[in-house]
Design a binder for this molecule. Structure first.
Ligand SMILES: NC(=O)c1ccc[n+]([C@@H]2O[C@H](COP(=O)([O-])OP(=O)(O)OC[C@H]3O[C@@H](n4cnc5c(N)ncnc54)[C@H](OP(=O)(O)O)[C@@H]3O)[C@@H](O)[C@H]2O)c1
Length: 500
């Protein structure tokens, strides 16, 4: 047997568990902020009766006391929890990712039966989910890794949910998850993403895209502030205005809110008193590491992740602050024209970031054998999650029209937007470069765009170099076969075995 050996469990035994009526159709294990909000959300939906359990008793007692309307069925041991659930038993784990998740799975496997369903709703790394699913499956119990996005508010009022796992588990789980998910244009923001780790994979890329989107917005703000001298409150108005057009999204909306906020203590704009070191919980890094392994360029997400890392090295930044920048002050002559250029650059870069993210999902699906409907993924991100935006409807349209579209950015709507915006995008990247204002996400997105559309890349020279020092061979544009030049001999060309 795999990691979840039923004989290894040493948890509490409760003698009267068998007398507990099996009334709940769903249970939640882990009642910190996410779990308790998710449990309340479940309980508020017609037809759900919710069993709850937490490792330490106090959280369970508190939740029952604070929310009598939810009519929770509290359990104080795993046996009691299992006994309170109707079959197939279905439990959502919302505990700290990593070892705690394994500990809870271990305990549930001990008290659940074949056909029951264990859902991990935490932020698991998808290879862990693949491993767990394989091990739990050996017991006949279904294991579902479900990405849940939207933070505390989403968990309470309706998150975007990305479940993986078996088709069998989806039959039971689907209606329950649909009952609690956010709703966008009448459709619940949940779909069965694919088997085993597919849900957590897609959630990971969602977070990576979120990193890129946030970095792009931050660069836009920085350029406008330094280029026009506008105050954060004035720039808040710019973002509020942008939120009425094609950039309409939750992140643009909250950016305006943050920029408008003044610090009560100093009277300064809050953004000026917040330390400029961005934190991260690792999902951006996972997205980039996975993309590297898959050979998918997600440069926007990578630059966004690295930008957070750079910001968080104050000692290096202090040391480097003496290095020279451009001599001239940066001030644009026409503030309105510059702001419109930045808006277009932001939209174009955003298209690239999403195109790269969907490329990673496509490549992940091919690598791990998942059948992922990319249009359905974009639709479930339209509400409940951090990257919710109007724009996602256009992504769904693109995949509806061409489900096997290899590059999202080439779909007619996006190609038109890039055509319209590219001149402004270039002006902004040039201005940022000349002004010495870091814009890694803007400029790397533009470089990717130019690389992708290039008729010919200098990769030919790289192949020549590789053949020179390592006899790695090359192919020719004018005939079939694999070739090597005898660089240290007479430099004639020979046919060679493909060693790419
Ligand atoms: N999607 C999102 O936007 C979002 C946001 C936040 C969090 N999350 C994810 O959701 C999950 C829950 O997050 P959270 O912030 O609510 O809680 P958390 O702080 O990550 O975890 C606390 C919970 O884990 C339990 N726990 C810790 N170690 C345990 C163990 N060995 N065995 C059993 N239970 C254990 C705790 O029980 P005790 O009370 O007994 O200590 C408590 O219920 C995490 O995976 C987190 O990454 C997602």
């Amino acid at each position: 047997m795999g990691a979840y050996d039923r004989s290894s469990y040493q948890g509490d035994r409760v003698t009267d568990a068998e007398s507990t009526p099996a009334r709940a159709n769903i249970g939640v294990v882990g009642l910190a902020v996410m779990g308790s909000n998710l449990a309340r959300n479940l309980a508020s939906r017609e037809g759900n009766t919710v069993a709850i359990f937490n490792r330490s008793r106090a959280k369970t007692d508190d939740l029952v006391a604070e929310h009598p309307e939810a009519e929770f069925i509290p359990a104080f041991s795993y046996e009691e929890f299992a006994a309170s659930l109707s079959k197939p038993r279905t439990a959502i784990i919302m505990v700290k990712a990593g070892r705690p998740t394994d500990a809870v799975i271990d305990a549930l496997v001990e008290v659940f039966e074949p056909g029951d369903i264990i859902v991990d709703g935490g932020n698991a790394y998808f290879p862990d989910t693949i491993r767990r699913e394989k091990a739990v499956r050996e017991t006949g119990i279904n294991f579902v890794g479900a990405g849940i996005s939207g933070g505390e508010e989403g968990a309470l009022h309706g998150p975007s949910i990305m479940p993986g796992g078996s088709d069998e588990s989806w039959v039971t789980l689907g209606p329950i998850l649909k009952s609690i998910a956010a709703v966008a244009e009448g459709e619940p923001c949940v779909t069965h993403i694919g088997h085993d780790g597919a849900g957590h994979f897609v959630k990971m890329v969602h977070n990576g895209i979120e990193y890129a989107d946030m970095q792009l917005i931050a660069e836009a703000y920085d350029l406008i502030r330094r280029g026009t001298g506008k105050s954060p409150a004035e720039i808040a108005d710019v973002f509020a205005d942008w939120n009425t057009g094609e950039l309409d999204s939750y992140l643009i909306e909250i950016t305006a809110e943050v920029l408008r906020q003044n610090d009560a203590e100093t009277g300064q704009p809050l953004v000026d008193v917040i330390l400029d070191q961005a934190g991260a919980k690792g999902t951006g890094a996972w997205t980039v590491q996975t993309a590297l392994a898959l050979g998918v360029p997600v440069s926007g997400i990578a630059e966004a992740t690295f930008a957070r890392s750079l910001s968080s090295h104050p000692e290096q930044r202090a040391l480097a602050s003496a290095l020279p920048g451009p001599e001239e002050e940066f001030h644009v002559a026409d503030a309105d024209a510059f702001i419109e250029d930045v808006r277009q650059a932001l939209f174009a870069s955003k298209i690239i970031a999403y195109s790269q993210g969907f490329d990673e999902i496509r490549a992940g699906a091919a690598e791990y054998g998942w059948s992922i409907d990319l249009g359905a993924v974009s639709k479930i991100w339209r509400a409940g999650c951090i990257i919710r935006a109007q724009f996602l409807n256009r992504i769904a349209d693109a995949y509806d029209e061409q489900p096997d579209l290899a590059v999202l950015a080439t779909a007619p709507y996006f190609a038109e937007a890039l055509t319209r915006g590219q001149a402004a995008w270039r002006r902004v990247v040039v201005a940022a470069t000349q002004a010495g204002i870091p814009s890694p996400a803007f400029s790397s997105s533009l470089a990717y765009y130019d690389g992708l559309r290039a008729e010919r890349l200098p990769a030919a020279l790289i192949q020549g170099q590789r053949d020179f020092f390592g006899a790695h061979t090359y192919k020719r544009i004018d005939k079939e076969g694999t070739f090597h030049t005898l660089w240290s001999g007479d430099r004639s060309e020979i046919e060679a075995e493909d060693t790419h």
